[in-house]
Design a protein around this ligand. Structure first.
Ligand code: FAD
Ligand code: SF4
Length: 474
């Protein structure tokens, strides 16, 4: 702070230019054109340094946004990087995929006062990409080895953020994951057109180079027990995400009639990671696709289906555009790319001919009047059935936690949503020395919250292990 830039709002907001839709739909690469040094500086200089950093408060990481915007506006990207990376272990990832309209950018004073807000996310990604390109990203070099080790179960953003901070503090860190690649949903959930695989990979590479050990293809609870982990390591962090997919409960739905969103996305993400295409994996080429659901996962499925060459792609969502959970930006991208939205449409049955699904029967919903102080609900419109032709039906209805206590340890306390129970205001589970972070605790959430949890859980584990060392010495 300290400087003043009252004229910032006079500069026109320019969002990153997007590739034309007809080019976008042929590739799984990111759709925005990268800022130039000039455009990045100009957009950063729109911050008026309003003095009340609502943006910072609205950022789950409390990123020091006004400071790194001012430094970028002055052309000091290296110092901007130092400030941006102090609070976040993944600025280049959050800058790309945070729903900024609901977080930092939505709270920007310019946005709030009727001007277009500062494009905070793209400036953040620009600073961080410059840091990688120019070699400013410091390798992890702990000052001293602490002689204690931490197991991290799950290599999604929560696990990776914790591994980064713990290794930097000098702990030996072993990350276990049941997948063959690290990254969790950054690698196998979120498609390359939102976040290219190389961006995730260079984060993982940096951890490997810094001495973090990854033990992949290892399902904790099956291939290795919790007891084994707890005896091998001085602390354990559970960051396993939530993976039990909700399914459609409608007549006519046989076990092979639908595809789970994540199975569909993983198959394409594997190809993007360089694997050969698997002929038995679900693919949309030439098919009439209906995706049921209205969240981020549904948006990623419809846009993946378009890119695979689907004959038609419809998103069926029971509420309206204003009440969908997915980001408005993604809906717009999907519409530009040729996805059709059936708002206020609820699936009612799957229609088959012989063995094959041929349509989704849906019914129109209407918003009801809100009860006093209540949220508007939806109700079916009588006699409003309609059929959507479909030979690929993808279920994107959200995720629940798996049976953590059964799989891992009966002593793990759960909440009534079956997420892992942690001590109030912290990360300790009901098992001594075992901590938990990310979606496994919050339920399906956001990358930036997983990063925040991972960083904070690492700090708590550090305090816990230091206290144990002191006790042992006393
Ligand atoms: P995850 O990323 O789920 O990682 C958990 C890891 O644990 C996985 O690698 C898994 O293999 C591993 N694991 C699980 N069980 C075991 C076990 N027993 N043994 C070993 N390993 C195990 N958020 C955004 O902010 N922006 C977006 O644009 C966005 N898009 C999304 C798109 C999709 C399709 C999905 C599904 C989610 C999206 N999200 C988005 C949400 C975001 O990805 C998650 O909130 C975030 O990844 C949670 O991080 P995590 O580290 O807690 O778990
Ligand atoms: Fe905005 Fe997300 Fe970056 Fe925070 S981490 S400044 S919310 S883009």
């Amino acid at each position: 702070g300290g400087r003043s830039n009252p004229g910032g709002f006079l500069i026109e907001q320019r969002r990153l230019e997007k590739q034309p839709a007809e080019l976008r739909v042929r590739a799984f690469t990111e759709i925005t054109l990268k800022p130039t040094a000039d455009s990045g500086t100009v957009q950063a200089s729109r911050c008026t340094d309003c003095g009340v950093p609502f943006c910072q408060n609205a950022c789950p990481l409390q990123n020091n946004i006004p400071d790194w915007l001012a430094l970028s506006a002055d052309g000091d990207l290296r110092e901007a990087w130092r400030v941006a990376s102090a609070t976040s272990t993944m600025p280049e990832i959050c800058g790309r995929i945070c729903p900024q309209d609901r977080l930092c950018e939505g709270a920007c004073t310019l946005q709030q006062s009727g001007w277009d807000g500062v494009t905070i996310g793209s400036v953040e990604a620009w600073i961080a990409d410059a840091a990688f390109d120019n070699g400013w990203v410091e390798p992890i070099r702990p000052l001293a080895e602490r002689g204690q080790s931490v197991a991290v179960v799950g290599s999604g953003p929560a696990g990776l953020a914790a591994a980064d901070r713990l290794r930097s503090e000098g702990y030996a860190v072993v990350v276990y994951d049941r997948h063959d690649r690290a990254g969790g949903l950054l690698t196998y959930g979120i498609p390359g057109f939102k976040l290219e695989k190389r961006i995730v990979q260079r984060r993982i590479d940096r951890l490997v180079e810094g001495g973090v050990e990854f033990v992949l293809n290892t399902n904790v609870g099956v291939d290795v027990t919790m007891d084994e982990l707890r005896s091998r390591h001085d602390a354990v962090l559970l960051a396993m995400g939530v993976y039990q997919a909700r399914t459609l409960a409608v007549p006519g739905r046989g076990p092979n009639d639908t595809v789970a969103a994540l199975d569909f996305l993983i198959a394409q993400n594997r190809v993007d990671c360089g694997d050969a295409a698997d002929a038995s994996a679900p693919h949309a080429a030439g098919r009439d696709v209906v995706v049921v659901g209205g969240g981020d996962t549904a948006m990623d499925c419809v846009r993946t289906a378009i890119r695979q060459g689907a004959a038609s792609v419809v998103c069926l969502y029971r509420r309206d555009r204003e009440n969908m959970p997915g980001s408005a930006r993604e809906v717009q991208n999907a519409e530009e790319e040729g996805v059709r939205f059936e708002w206020l449409g609820a699936p009612k049955a799957l229609m088959s001919k012989g063995e094959a699904v041929v349509a989704v029967r849906a019914q129109r919903m209407a918003l009801t009047e809100a009860s006093a102080g209540g949220r508007r609900d939806i109700a079916p419109v009588p006699g409003s059935d309609f059929d959507l032709p479909a030979d690929l039906v993808i279920e994107a209805l959200g995720f629940e936690p798996e049976a953590f206590a059964e799989q891992l340890d009966a002593g793990l306390g759960l909440t009534r949503w079956n997420t892992l129970q942690v001590a109030r205001g912290g990360f300790a589970t009901t098992l001594p020395g075992v901590f938990a972070a990310g979606d496994a605790v919050r339920g399906a959430s956001l990358v930036v919250w997983a990063v925040r949890d991972g960083q904070d859980a690492a700090a708590e584990i550090d305090r816990y292990l230091r206290a144990r060392t002191e006790e042992a010495a006393a």
